[in-house]
Write a protein that binds this ligand. Structure first.
Ligand code: ZN
Length: 211
């Protein structure tokens, strides 16, 4: 059965190429010459979260890193190299960290999970849950609890991003990349921008005073 989806995808690819070349015969030639995206996007691996579909963006628009639970670890060479390349070479203007409602990683952080590697990977989201348990547990349904934790997780991951030496160095020179927190509301499809505690982060010297 899995052959069918692969065949379908290959057919889709053919149609995508034909359509693009029909609109602009040099489309792929231009793409092949290099990228100049203005956004670094850090999001969840969830298959329902292809940010290019949600934002109608095109190849070349967004530099993307995705992992389970849209997390930033200061010892994760994968995300750190993506970040370094984005801010030092591509000189991107915006860094977006996006979570989403109905996130399996966040739900598992509340419920617990058996797979040892996944359990380890989401352990900091679980810590975040435990730290905010009193507030979260006031909510009336599991979905509300998990969705609120998804929002807290985005803010938490941005804070961790700001603690990386790459960001500390980058924020010494202007223009600063703009930091943005999003939640993709999977119930409606709309993206919500989360308010960020910019003033607190300035006081903690995670952001420059004139950011
Ligand atoms: Zn997720």
């Amino acid at each position: 059965m899995s052959d069918d989806i692969i065949k379908k995808i290959m057919q889709n690819n053919k149609e995508f190429v034909e359509e693009a070349v029909k609109n602009d015969p040099y489309y792929f030639k231009k793409l092949s010459e290099g990228q100049k995206p203005s956004i670094l996007y850090i999001g969840c691996s969830d298959s329902r979260m292809p940010i290019t579909s949600f934002t109608k963006t095109m190849p070349g628009d967004i530099f993307i890193h995705r992992n389970i639970g849209n997390q930033v670890f200061t010892n994760d060479i994968n995300i750190l190299s993506v970040l370094e390349y984005a801010v030092e070479v591509l000189n991107i203007k915006y860094i977006v960290i996006a979570g989403h409602y109905q996130c399996g990683a966040v739900q598992s952080a509340i419920k617990g999970v058996n797979n040892p590697l996944t359990s380890n990977w989401i352990s900091t989201i679980r810590e975040l849950y435990l730290e905010n348990k009193e507030e979260i547990e006031k909510m009336n349904s599991f979905d509300n609890k998990a969705d609120y934790l998804s929002e807290l997780n985005v803010i938490y991951q941005i804070k961790r991003l700001l603690k990386t030496s790459i960001m500390k160095n980058r924020l010494k020179k202007k223009p600063y990349p703009l930091i943005i927190g999003w939640i993709i509301d999977i119930y409606t499809g709309y993206i919500k921008e989360l308010p960020l505690p910019i003033d607190i982060w300035k006081k903690l010297e995670l952001l420059p005073f004139d950011y």
